[in-house]
Design a protein around this ligand. Structure first.
Ligand code: ZN
Length: 272
């Protein structure tokens, strides 16, 4: 998965100003300033930007610091590439930075004014939050937890695959949904299975989790076994397709960046 990088990542907020060799994350909507080189995303250093910009610290990996640029930026030899292009290059630290930095970029884009008193928000100098210039209300990045669910039918050695309705992502996925207030992740898994497919599940088992900055989520992956009827009653407002797929027919390869692809590969390669 994209967060499985060899460098040790230190996410603790570092208030020290950026230096010329630090990497810069510059976004324009769902595009990021990169150079694609040997199927890898390469980020510009601060010294490579055409002009200085207002910036905030994102994280550090093995001594290299990554900053989010808060203004429109440009750099010679770099161009704005869609996040979906960067998604399919080889996983490494700069790709991880693009995904994580995008989460922070969205937070800044959505956190301009205080929702309590309406005054302007400013970045706190010492921690990763915005502070209201009027009432000192603190606003932290939103992280929405969601479950991803591999539902297995042991009798037919199949897994339930879905396609989302009305989304950019058209490949096969797994049943997924947000955790609601007052709900455990396991309860959300049971509810989503029932809501999206009409299936009852048992033996819910944690597999792995993943920070997913593309949509400001924390994804929590579970495998579970179907119990009772195998008949799928699909929620057509959420899904365009929901089908049982035999283990050998699952369209998955090793080394995917997403938890969904990792889970599909885990089933296909009989790790589950
Ligand atoms: Zn306020």
């Amino acid at each position: 998965m994209f967060q499985d990088i060899p460098e040790s990542v230190d996410i603790e907020y570092d208030p020290a100003p950026a230096e010329q060799g630090d990497r810069m994350l510059c976004y324009d909507g769902r595009s990021v300033l990169v150079r694609i080189e040997d199927n890898k995303a390469v980020l510009p250093k601060l010294c490579e930007l055409d002009s200085d910009c207002k910036k905030v610290f994102v994280f550090r990996a093995d001594g290299i610091r990554y900053f989010l640029c808060l203004e429109k930026a440009s750099a010679k030899g770099f161009g704005f590439e869609p996040l979906n292009t960067v998604r399919y290059v080889a996983a490494d630290t700069d790709q991880y930075a693009v995904v994580t930095g995008y989460h922070y970029y969205c937070f800044h884009a959505e956190s301009r004014f205080c929702s309590v008193c309406g005054e302007r928000l400013e970045h706190d100098p010492y921690k990763r939050c915005m502070v209201c210039t009027g009432c000192e209300n603190e606003v932290y990045p939103k992280i929405a937890p969601a479950v991803i669910l591999g539902i297995i039918d042991e009798e037919t050695d199949s897994i339930l695959l879905t396609r989302y309705a009305g989304r950019e992502y058209k490949k096969y996925a797994l049943v997924a949904g947000f955790i609601e207030m007052g709900e455990s992740a396991e309860a959300a898994a049971e509810r989503e299975a029932m809501e999206e497919t009409g299936l009852k599940i048992k033996d819910i088992e944690f597999f792995a989790d993943q920070p997913w900055g593309f949509a400001q989520n924390l994804l929590i992956g579970f495998f579970a076994k179907v119990t009772g009827s195998r008949e799928i009653k699909m929620d057509t407002s959420e899904l365009a397709e929901a089908v049982w797929v035999k283990r050998e027919d699952v369209p998955a390869q090793p080394g995917g960046i997403s938890l969904t692809s990792e889970m599909m590969w885990a089933f296909k390669s009989s790790q589950r």
